[in-house]
Design a protein around this ligand. Structure first.
Ligand SMILES: Cc1cc2nc3c(=O)[nH]c(=O)nc-3n(C[C@H](O)[C@H](O)[C@H](O)COP(=O)(O)OP(=O)(O)OC[C@H]3O[C@@H](n4cnc5c(N)ncnc54)[C@H](O)[C@@H]3O)c2cc1C
Length: 238
């Protein structure tokens, strides 16, 4: 499997739990615990205003393309942890760099990516702890499990697919936009529409439903309606 954002991790988990051998090329997407200190993580993230952050809060325009953190809604919701994957027998690899013949070439950055996921979890749980402290809300103490298994395996930089018995590759590396039907010069170098809160400089042309269009939640079910309301109101006014 290639890609370890939300979809990649969820698919990899289903595959190995159904008895398949899985090798997973990972990136630096973060991880959040499904539940923390007595509440579902999404309740905490909503309270923290995490999804209300706007594009202006991002460190770079490209940051809006980062994958969503590892977590799953399966079986009522559960945490996903790459270290647990490694403990359960998944072979974790770094970024896929290229393919020659039947050999894949992999960057030696697996530990770096795992460290990013670990750091993200620490950051988010730290923000929640601070929120609890500041608001004085009652919440049980919790120490998240600290797993290290993903760091322990040998670094693999080349893998012969036949020798490893790999017969299928699943790409979970995201998707690209296709705005070929829009014949106007309104896309930036990343192919993302140049707009503010869905409004382009062309009267009558608006966007909604894209990740980080205005807020983080613009590309989520919890936020797309709010953006659509805003744009629809402006259209009605015209
Ligand atoms: C893999 C994946 C997982 C996701 N998981 C979650 C999640 O767990 N929680 C969450 O909140 N959000 C999730 N999202 C995001 C969520 O799906 C979107 O935020 C939401 O669907 C956006 O709504 P929308 O109506 O703007 O666009 P869409 O739901 O994409 O609807 C656009 C519609 O327009 C149609 N269309 C496109 N072009 C044309 C055309 N030329 N003419 C006519 N019709 C056209 C399409 O067929 C489609 O029906 C996920 C997205 C993806 C891709």
């Amino acid at each position: 499997m290639v890609g370890s954002a939300q979809s990649g991790c969820q698919i990899a988990q289903e595959l190995y739990q159904s008895g398949r051998r899985v090798c997973l090329c990972i990136g630096g997407t973060g991880r959040v615990p499904r539940r923390y200190r007595g509440k579902d993580i999404f309740d905490w993230l909503l309270e923290l205003g995490f999804f209300d952050r706007t594009v202006d809060d991002l460190p770079s325009p490209q940051a809006k393309f980062a994958g969503n953190p590892h977590v799953s809604g399966r079986d009522g919701g559960q945490s996903l942890n790459l270290h647990q994957f490694a403990r359960d027998g998944v072979v974790l690899l770094g970024h896929l760099r290229g393919v020659s013949g039947e050999t894949i070439h992999v960057a030696p950055d697996r530990k770096e990516s795992l460290a990013k996921a670990d750091a993200f979890e620490r950051e988010i749980s730290g923000l929640i702890d601070t929120l609890i402290e500041q608001t004085g809300v009652q919440a049980p103490a919790e120490d998240l499990p600290v797993l290290r298994d993903g760091y322990d395996a040998d670094e693999i930089t080349e893998l012969d697919l036949s020798a490893a018995g790999i017969t299928s590759i699943i790409w979970a590396t995201g998707y690209a936009f296709d705005f070929s039907m829009v014949k106007l010069p309104i896309f930036d170098a990343d192919g993302y529409p140049i707009q503010k809160r869905g409004f382009t400089e062309y009267p009558g042309l608006f966007f909604v439903g894209m990740p980080w269009l205005y807020r983080q939640k613009s590309g989520l079910l919890v936020g797309v309606g709010e953006d659509a309301d805003f744009v629809a109101a402006a259209i009605a006014e015209r």
